[in-house]
Design a protein around this ligand. Structure first.
Ligand SMILES: Nc1ncnc2c1ncn2[C@@H]1O[C@H](COP(=O)(O)OP(=O)(O)OP(=O)(O)O)[C@@H](O)[C@H]1O
Ligand SMILES: [Mg+2]
Length: 1039
């Protein structure tokens, strides 16, 4: 058995019978091998459990591998489609079919995930991929519901085009949806749920959002949810789902107002279900709304006027064509039945329009519209509702099953019918294999005349009284003979078919439909008044959902729902036929959603109606590959030397040579009229492999040639560059050489010219008069002096002050011509600056400096003169003037200003060794000697002083040689006698008398009687000591 289950392609079975097919399918299923092939068609059995075959590891394993290289997998189909698209640029489509709960939606998601994983991964591409992938949870939330057969049943058909660029990177997508089962909104069957989003919102939204939407988290608060008595799905957490949806909406690009609109509409629908009517007591025919506050909430959520909404739910506007134009519209009150229908219509239609709008917004965000040429091809994935049979089957099941008939027909066309036709047309020996062609059922439903849709439409638009029963009568009278149609009237089958029912023998089984609601659902009339109210909403998205206005609705009869659906189906089939198809046939193993249970009967039934056995037979007997001769040559020409690079001969001969070169045996292929047919897929892979090898070889040759060309070009470029550099260097050398030659020529020219001019000048010079020569000399000297002056200016600028200028003596001091002006300039510079300096002096400063000068000139040999130069003036030290003494005023009767006063001792004239204390006062006019009580002791006018004598030592003695009758005066003071004497001399000079100062250690003192010599000597004693006598006085000055 192990060997048996390893048979992964039904075509490889030993005997092709229904029994062996089912056995193999069951065995494989029981061993978790849920995928089996019929050549390139994948048959998938829902395992109802998580299998470890969808990890990244598996994606990597299947990437770029041939469908027969690895065990069958959905990834192989996705990979083949993706490679065909990327490498051949062909549009692809993957058609997933099967009953409800067979695993179509899961398969479509696996395909999208696989393609996302193997295609490009740039930032931009990743963004597109996440948008495409995130569209799944959003659409599932709004379009899927829990049914008794499937907890996540798709209640709409979905076809999604994935758009790719030239490199195979996804660049966008486009979703088309088919007929949403909107009746579920108001009428979910028992134990089923309405669409997931209602429960996700109530169970997942936070308190703030629920409050904003006037909702509670209690499902039983809402009539529409209460009905089915089922609010939870095992294993499905509404809160987690709601968060995931919010994330997905953000990722896709929904704006806040768009998200708000979604949830407001969902909330409004729930509230619509809670509207209650009661009879109007005044008018039996009329109803009024019992709970207007609910309408107020709905109006607020939908941003419409509450009054208008309530009117639209209780009245209907009809057009009275008999009256004049201004009285055209009449308001007719609704009875209870009509009002209830109106209420449900509002909820259903609002949900349906919201769903279409949601899909449009997703498409706006994912569709690649840029006309930049980047878009190349698409992979379409079709996941449409599966064939279904309920206890009660209505209009929805009719359309869903019709859709499945169409898809089965497409499958038959592509795999069974056309294939066999092709063998016959091509003249290939072929024994026809019978299969059930469901075209007859398609015709019964959709053909232009005498079909169920045609008759339904006729009934809908026909004037006069019409009902679902009149429609059934019409069917009975028109198509009763059709072998696939049955009704009570036809077979009197009381047990199975009720009076209001008809039966269609579908390819997948017999389904009894009840006609109730067919007419209304086919017309799908939303009362004009409701449409008008929603169109008037201030929420800008609602008028987009309800674009029609009253006028349009009234005048136009819109296409019926069945016509719209038929058209969209035909469009879909056209679309799929234009693409390269891949099939995934899903099988549901049991009705209980249980893992590991294989219900033989159920599976056999599905395999039968899917036509799998016929499919296997055709594939087994037939050829897996066919191609027109010329196209085959074009693809494989590189295998054979004769056909490469171009084959100009007969295409069939070309094919023959290629196959011979590839060593393919004659029994493995066959020639038709225009095509070559190959039996085993292995042969095709063998050819593809040889082609790949050859391609690599050729690519290597092309690469080598290309590289040679590139390197040659590069070499050429380098050579050109070298030549360029060489010529540049050479030209530079030449230019330098030329420049040097020119310079030399100019030099020679200069010498020659100089020589000639000098010669000429010599001649001319002799002719020059003498004054010219002088002029030249003067100019020359002038030039020299100016140059010197410039140099001196430069030196003076460099100096920090004018007394420290470093004159360029070395240059000019010894130049016999310039020495004199040089010295003059120096003097002038000094004088100018000295003048400037003097001018800047204050009078006090001037006096001070004058005293310093005098002191310097007079006492340059005396000890302490340097210190005295820095000491300050001292004025009336004894403050005699300040005392305002009358005695002093009397002494100094002329009131002259006291210049200085100080304490001193006076040497006694008769005995010089004796000293008496006195005060010495220098005024502007005289010198005074006074005692302690300011008694005048001596007065020396300046005019009487002839000379002043001082020693060179620091003894403080001053000898005034006078023409006084008393003789000379000698005093000693602690004051700085240099300062005292200088002041006396300056004051006296100002009075016109210049006093000589004799600085010497040998002085004389004249006391009118005799002249006594005074010697000043240095002594070791600490104090000044006066020795000697009146013959010779010795003053010993301490060192
Ligand atoms: N390959 C799989 N592996 C594991 N579980 C699967 C697989 N395919 C399907 N199922 C299970 O089966 C359930 C039904 O599958 P899915 O929704 O794809 O069915 P469907 O064919 O789309 O049905 P419907 O026509 O009602 O939409 C999934 O929710 C999942 O639990
Ligand atoms: Mg589904």
């Amino acid at each position: 058995m192990t060997e048996e289950i390893e048979v992964s392609d039904f075509v490889m079975m030993n005997d092709i019978t229904e029994q062996s097919m089912m056995e193999l399918l069951k065995k494989r299923f029981e061993n978790d091998k849920i995928y089996t092939l019929i050549r390139d068609v994948v048959v998938s059995v829902n395992p109802y459990k998580k299998l470890d075959i969808y990890s990244e590891k598996y994606i990597d394993r299947y990437r770029g591998k041939n469908i027969y290289e690895l065990p069958p997998h959905i990834y192989s189909v996705a990979d083949t489609a993706f490679l065909n698209l990327r490498d051949l640029g062909q549009d692809q489509c993957i058609i997933i079919s099967g009953e409800s709960g067979a695993g179509k939606t899961e398969a479509s998601k696996l395909i999208m995930e696989y393609i996302a994983a193997v295609s490009g991964d740039s930032l931009e591409v990743d963004k597109v991929k996440s948008k495409l992938l995130e569209s799944n949870p959003v659409l599932e939330a709004f379009g899927n519901a829990k049914t008794t057969r499937n907890d996540n049943s798709s209640r709409f058909g979905k076809y999604m085009d994935l758009q790719f660029d030239f490199l195979g990177n996804p660049i966008g997508g486009m979703i088309t949806t088919y007929l949403l089962e909107k009746s579920r909104v108001v009428n979910p069957a028992k134990d089923e749920r309405t669409f997931h989003i209602f429960y996700h919102l109530l169970g997942g939204a936070d308190k703030a959002l629920l409050d904003k939407l006037h909702l509670t988290s209690n499902f039983t608060d809402y009539e529409y949810l209460k009905k089915s008595n089922c609010s939870t799905v095992p294993g499905l957490n509404d809160k987690t789902q709601f968060d995931a949806i919010l994330n997905a909406l953000d990722c896709i690009g929904f704006k806040q107002d768009q998200k708000d609109t979604l949830f407001k509409c969902i909330s409004a629908i729930l509230h619509v279900g809670n509207i209650k009517y009661k009879k109007n007591e005044n008018n039996d025919e009329n109803v009024i709304i019992e709970n207007p506050e609910v309408c107020k909430t709905i109006a607020e959520l939908l941003d419409v006027k509450c009054e208008d909404l309530m009117n639209a739910l209780t009245y209907r506007t009809v057009i009275d064509k008999n009256k004049s134009s201004n009285q055209k519209n009449i308001k007719v009150p609704l009875n209870l039945a009509k009002a209830l229908s109106c209420q449900d219509t509002l909820a259903k239609t609002l949900y349906e329009k919201l769903f279409s709008w949601l899909v449009n917004v997703i498409n706006e965000n994912i569709f690649h519209t840029k006309d930049d040429g980047s878009h190349r091809s698409v992979i379409g994935v079709l996941d449409i509702y599966g064939f279904e049979i309920f206890q009660v089957n209505g209009f929805e099941q009719f359309t869903i099953n019709y859709c499945n008939e169409k898809l089965q027909q497409l499958f038959i066309e592509l795999t069974l019918k056309s294939e066999q036709e092709e063998y016959n047309n091509e003249g290939i020996q072929w024994e026809n294999i019978d299969f059930f062609n469901n075209q007859i059922i398609c015709d019964l439903i959709e053909s232009k005349t005498n079909s169920i849709i045609a008759l339904l439409n006729e009934e809908c638009i026909r004037p006069g009284e019409k009902s679902d029963m009149t429609f059934l009568n019409k069917l009975n009278s028109s198509i009763i003979k059709n072998p696939h149609y049955d009704s009570r009237e036809k077979t009197r089958n009381i047990k199975e078919i009720d009076i209001n029912m008809f039966k269609i023998k579908h390819y997948a089984g017999d389904v009894v439909y009840t006609v109730d609601g067919f007419i209304e659902k086919n017309n799908d009339l939303l009362y004009n008044d409701i449409s008008f109210v929603l169109n008037s909403s201030k929420n800008p998205h609602l008028p987009i959902m309800f674009p029609q206005n009253l006028e349009n609705i009234s005048l136009k009869s819109p296409e019926t729902i069945s016509t719209q659906f038929k058209n969209s189906m035909n469009q879909l089939i056209k679309n799929l036929t234009a693409k390269n198809p891949h099939y995934i046939r899903c099988i549901k193993p049991n009705n209980d959603k249980k893992s590991g249970v294989f219900d033989d009967e159920l599976c056999l039934h599905q395999c039968r109606y899917l036509g799998l056995l016929e499919n296997i037979r055709v594939r087994r007997a037939g050829y897996c590959f066919r191609k027109e001769f010329s196209k085959f040559v074009e693809r494989f020409k590189l295998i054979c030397e004769d056909t490469w690079p171009n084959w100009k001969g007969d295409p069939q001969e070309g094919v023959r040579r290629i196959l011979k070169e590839a060593n393919i045996q004659e029994e493995d292929y066959c020639f038709g009229k225009t095509k070559v047919f190959i039996k085993k897929p292995q042969i095709v892979f063998q050819l593809e492999n040889i082609r790949n090898e050859q391609e690599n070889k050729i690519a290597t040759i092309i690469r080598a040639n290309w590289l040679a060309y590139i390197y040659k070009k590069k070499y050429q470029k380098e050579i050109n560059s070298i030549i360029g550099i060489q010529s540049m260097i050479r030209s530079k050398f030449e230019a330098q050489k030329y420049k040097k030659t020119i310079e030399n020529i100019v030099k020679i020219q200069k010498y020659c010219r100089g020589f000639l001019i000098r010669k000429h000048m010599k001649r001319e010079y002799l002719k020059l008069p003498k004054y010219c020569c002088r002029m030249i000399i003067k100019q020359w000297k002038g030039y020299k002096v100016r140059k010197m002056l410039n140099d001196m200016c430069e030196c003076s600028k460099k100096a920090s002050n004018w007394t420290s200028v470093q004159w360029p003596d070395e240059k000019y001091a010894n130049d016999k011509n310039l020495k004199e002006p040089y010295e003059i300039f120096k003097q002038v510079y000094k004088r100018i600056n000295a003048k400037k300096y003097r001018k800047s002096l204050t009078p006090d400063r001037k006096d001070y400096l004058e005293w310093k000068c005098t002191a310097m000139n007079t006492f340059s040999g005396k000890a302490g003169w340097k210190e005295s130069a820095t000491t300050q003036y001292e004025d009336d030290g004894l403050k005699i003037a300040d005392t305002q003494s009358a005695k002093w005023k009397k002494i100094c009767s002329d009131g002259s200003k006291i210049i200085q006063s100080f304490e001193c001792t006076k040497f006694h004239r008769k005995n010089l060794k004796k000293e008496v204390p006195r005060k010495f006062v220098i005024t502007e006019n005289d010198l005074y000697l006074v005692d302690n009580s300011l008694g005048l002791k001596d007065k020396l006018p300046y005019s009487s002083i002839n000379e002043i004598g001082c020693s060179t030592k620091k003894d403080g003695c001053i000898i005034f040689h006078t023409s006084n009758s008393k003789g000379d005066l000698m005093i000693r003071t602690d004051k700085n006698c240099i300062e005292v004497v200088s002041k006396i001399c300056i004051t006296s000079k100002n009075k016109g008398k210049e006093i000589k100062v004799n600085v010497s250690d040998s002085q004389n003192f004249n006391n009118t009687k005799k002249t006594i010599p005074i010697e000043f000597t240095n002594s070791d004693k600490p104090k000044l000591v006066v020795t000697g006598n009146n013959n010779k006085l010795i003053i010993n000055v301490p060192n």
